[in-house]
Design a protein around this ligand. Structure first.
Ligand code: BGC
Length: 392
């Protein structure tokens, strides 16, 4: 073969090798594989949007060595996206959310947000502390929900990123002035999100107050382990380590009873598909149009316990929730109505996401038999919850 032909052949081979590499990279990206899975954990920051009052909102992207990626907004401390692999290594975003700030401001149903000062409901927005009665906003029918008209989900948090050997994280701080949303006491709040090397999102909450007050913080992420916007959550198999719950009245406020789950369609001690009993005629389920109940966790001590485990059979994705809290609100996305268009461009129909909110019991300030949610000056409110992801 003449040398010019050999050169041409060599060149053609080189072009082919480059082409194959480019196509392979494109295919792996299309399959959702991260481009830099082999590098160490990282955290980067970008502008996400500007609020009507001119405040700027950032999005931080946390990435671990497995390629798991989590976006956190400084607005509401929102977990905007959580990308985790399925059993074949294919990544998907498994939390409901939006791709833009105005939708979070105008339409969000607490997607991924920090709920506070008092997550969940307080009957008629009223409670008495130290002989004084406080009237909070009634933003959910006759009741107070998730901190009121402008709760922690709608505040801009101060963010401080950090990096350790095997994890990355974001420390969020917000000081809620005395009287904000009519709650007493200046509440200095911190929520530290840590993404670990073993695909866990750890949330460490802490708070101190200037006057006696009440506090109950949680994260309000909605999950769909098939991927957000990819169908309903009815096939997810859920297990909750609770043998009791707090039954609700017509306005979804606890009656004050702590009842056994045994023999009811709310019992999830054995793994059961969410859809199996969600349309039951049981009065408790009819009242809330599905599951929307506080489970009293079977706790072994004061540390972190496994509260719930969810397996999505098609993808093999698994979510485990660990917490030190006494309660867990399981909400089956009953109020999603198909009008919200999510991050990936798909509408969110009823039951296209569920939440597992670690918490103190709803309306605790009005029930002496529930664990106390009072925080006093000099004391530190501390709680930890973990979302652990895996695949099988
Ligand atoms: C509550 C639901 C409520 C939802 C709002 C949940 O924590 O339990 O009743 O509709 O939050 O998105």
């Amino acid at each position: 073969m003449p040398s010019s032909a050999r050169t041409r052949n060599g060149l053609a081979t080189a072009v082919r090798v480059v082409l194959v590499a480019v196509v392979a990279l494109a295919l792996s990206l299309a399959a959702g594989f991260p481009a830099q899975a082999a590098t160490g954990p990282s955290i980067t920051k970008k502008h996400f949007g500007t609020l009507p009052d001119g405040k700027k909102v950032d999005v931080y992207t946390l990435r671990n060595t497995n390629g798991m990626r989590v976006n956190i907004l400084t607005y509401g401390g929102i977990l905007q996206s959580i990308e985790v692999p399925d059993s074949r290594g294919k990544f998907a975003n498994v939390t409901l959310g939006f791709d833009n700030l105005p939708d979070y401001v105008n339409k969000s149903l607490y997607f991924g947000a920090i709920a506070g000062r008092y997550a969940n409901r307080i009957a008629k927005g009223r409670f008495t502390l130290g002989g004084k009665t406080y009237q909070l906003a009634t933003n959910d029918g006759p009741n107070h929900l998730h901190g009121g008209d402008k709760g922690f989900d709608k505040r801009v948090w101060q963010a401080q990123p950090f990096k350790r050997n095997d994890s990355v994280g974001l420390e969020l701080a917000y000081t809620s002035p005395n009287g904000e949303e009519h709650y007493p006491g200046t509440l200095r709040t911190k929520v530290v999100y840590t993404l670990t090397h073993d695909n866990r999102i750890r949330m460490d909450y802490s708070a101190t107050t200037g006057r006696p007050t009440i506090v109950n913080l949680t994260n309000h992420a909605y999950f769909n382990l098939r991927g957000e916007g990819n169908g309903l959550i009815l096939g997810h198999r859920l297990q909750i380590n609770a043998s009791r719950y707090t039954p609700i009245d017509k306005t979804l406020i606890p009656t004050g009873k702590v009842a056994q789950l045994s023999g009811t369609p709310l019992d999830f001690r054995r793994p059961t598909a969410i859809g199996e009993r969600v349309n039951s005629k049981d009065q408790q389920i009819v009242r809330s149009g599905g599951y929307d109940h506080n489970y009293v966790l079977d706790r072994r001590g004061h540390g972190l316990d496994l509260a719930a485990r969810v397996v999505e059979p098609d993808s093999g994705r698994v979510l485990e929730v660990f917490t030190d809290q006494p309660g867990l609100q399981f909400y089956s996305g009953n109020f999603l109505d198909g009008t919200l268009r999510g991050t990936g461009g798909h509408l969110y129909p009823k039951r296209s996401g569920f939440t597992l909110e670690s918490q103190h019991f709803p309306d605790s300030p009005n029930h002496k038999n529930f664990p106390s949610t009072v925080l006093r000056p000099g004391d530190v409110y501390r709680t930890t919850t973990i979302y652990a992801f895996s695949a099988k």
